[in-house]
Design a protein. Structure first.
Length: 79
């Protein structure tokens, strides 16, 4: 794979340049700007980190319309 710039990867992955720079900085890799080139190993680090973050996000619980009504205390006829 050819080298890619930080800003190009951020567009592909839909994350900010700062997220990429901060993630690599935490691994001891200094990136000076959004125009810096990334090699394959750096891209791999970013993608792995993004996958891990996505797995850690709590999934939203699906609620049925009936359960939403029940939680809001909205029962018809009680007035």
């Amino acid at each position: 794979m050819a080298k890619i710039r930080v800003h190009e990867l951020s567009k592909q992955l839909n994350i900010s340049n700062k997220d990429i720079i901060d993630t690599l900085g935490a691994k001891g890799i200094e990136i000076k700007s959004h125009m810096s080139n990334l090699d394959d190993s750096m891209v791999g680090i970013i993608k792995l980190s993004l996958e891990q973050r996505l797995r850690q996000k709590p999934r939203l619980q699906r609620l049925s319309p009936q359960s939403l009504q029940h939680q809001a205390g909205g029962s018809k006829g009680s007035a």
